[in-house]
Ligand binder design. Structure first.
Ligand SMILES: Cc1ncc(COP(=O)(O)O)c(C=O)c1O
Length: 406
């Protein structure tokens, strides 16, 4: 047993079976302790996590500076509603907006940030009759109603209709299709700069700039969902900076506060005027705990030169997996942008997740065929090599099994 465990994984699973709605597919271990990129289960087994917190734990588990700052904040103020001012919210907004643009609104999650961004785009366009939102095939924007409606994957819409009216879906990388859909009724064009759940899809070089031009030509707002790509994930503070294309509205969550729940909308000064008192709110949004965790995350990124580390380790992962691609015909494409890594297979990739777990490495598979890694941004060179070696072994085994079965 791990010293932090109160009971075996099996005993915790029994509790879940009795009392937790079984709406997630879970692997049969209970995690009890994390440190950096490693995590331990109740039985004391250690795993190298290449997908920590589904992309939320950008500094790994329990980063010491963040832990110290949050512990200190806990002693003073945990929650204060938005009827008052707090230093932490002002400081975190300053830290984000001076690295991006405009003004911030805080909430608690990615879907909530996107829901607010869609409302803001409609509020902004309401005087000129604009309400339609264009989003993209294979996107993922969250599970609340407007966000899931924007998520253009039929599997997420099954059984929950009717959806929110006024959404149009465009194919990826097709500017002509967007131009046709974009009318005088379009309030916003919503896109993830790099699609995450849809398969780590990196846009063609001029696609985001083309969307900026369509938005400018037609009067629609450009909205970037950077819930996954924001906060240094791609090697710049925000993903849009990689393409030098600034949106009118930016949404953030996941790693924003280093794993403490936090979401945000950043809007240009002009657009943010449309979010007037009474139009939108969030009880927990901008609470001092999350704001302090966000500040500590930015401080750590600066102190530990994390942006440079992302560039170095990203290149290292790429070298490992490009080499593997030359060896294994089951690898269709390796897609790497900063610490977003997708290995697209010609065969289903889900079995690789369990196989890697048995070898002590945690990974993800999305869109059926894409092995997805979202490593902590402070992962070390040795951990990259350790993780890439196990992923390579697993994919070799998967290829052998597939070959035998064929
Ligand atoms: C790009 C993107 N947008 C929105 C969301 C939804 O975020 P949350 O689960 O915090 O609501 C996700 C979650 O995976 C995401 O990857």
């Amino acid at each position: 047993m791990h010293p932090n465990a109160q009971r075996s994984s099996h005993a915790t699973i029994d509790l879940f079976d009795k009392y937790v709605i079984p709406n997630y597919t879970r692997y049969p271990i209970c995690l009890v302790q994390g440190e950096g990129s490693y995590i331990w289960d109740a039985e004391g087994n250690r795993y190298l996590d290449l997908f920590p917190g589904w992309g939320c734990n950008i500094l790994g588990y329990s980063p010491p500076h963040l832990v110290r700052r949050v512990q200190d904040q806990l002693k003073h103020l945990i929650h204060v509603p938005n009827t008052w001012y707090t230093e932490a919210q002002g400081e975190f907004a300053e830290a984000l907006c001076t690295r991006s643009f405009g003004k911030a609104f805080f909430c608690n999650s990615g879907t909530e940030a996107n829901e607010g961004a869609i409302k803001l785009a409609r509020l902004h366009g309401s005087a000129s009759g604009r309400f339609r939102i264009i989003s993209f095939e294979d996107s993922f924007h969250g599970r609340t109603y407007a966000a899931v409606t924007a998520t253009a994957q039929p599997k997420y819409h099954e059984g929950i209709g009717p959806l929110v009216p006024g959404f149009d879906y465009a194919p990826r990388n097709d500017l002509d299709a967007v131009r046709k859909l974009c009318t005088h009724e379009t309030a916003g064009i919503l896109i993830e700069p790099v699609q995450g759940e849809g398969g780590v899809n990196i846009p063609h070089a001029d696609f985001l700039a083309g969307l900026r031009k369509i938005a400018d030509d037609t009067g629609a707002l450009l909205i970037f969902d950077e819930v996954q790509t924001g906060m240094a994930r791609l090697g710049t503070w925000f993903g849009y900076q990689q393409w030098n294309v600034q949106p009118d509205i930016l949404t953030l969550a996941k790693g924003l506060a280093g794993g403490v729940p936090c979401g945000a909308i950043i809007a240009t000064n002009e657009v943010s005027k449309s979010l007037k008192p009474g139009k939108h709110s969030s009880t927990f949004g901008g609470n001092p705990l999350a704001m302090t965790a966000g500040l500590a995350t930015i401080e750590t990124i600066l102190q530990d030169r994390i942006l440079e580390n992302v560039e170095r380790q990203s290149a290292r992962f790429r070298t490992h997996f490009e080499k593997l691609k030359r060896e294994l015909p089951i690898i269709r494409e390796v897609r790497v942008r900063g610490m977003m890594i997708g290995i697209d297979l010609t065969i289903p990739g889900t079995p690789a997740v369990g196989m890697a777990m048995q070898r002590g490495v945690l990974i993800n598979c999305t869109h059926n065929t894409v092995i997805r890694l979202l490593p902590a941004l402070n992962i070390t060179e040795a951990q990259v090599d350790e993780g890439a070696a196990v992923v390579s072994e697993v994919l070799r085994d998967l290829a052998r099994q597939h070959h035998k079965a064929a």
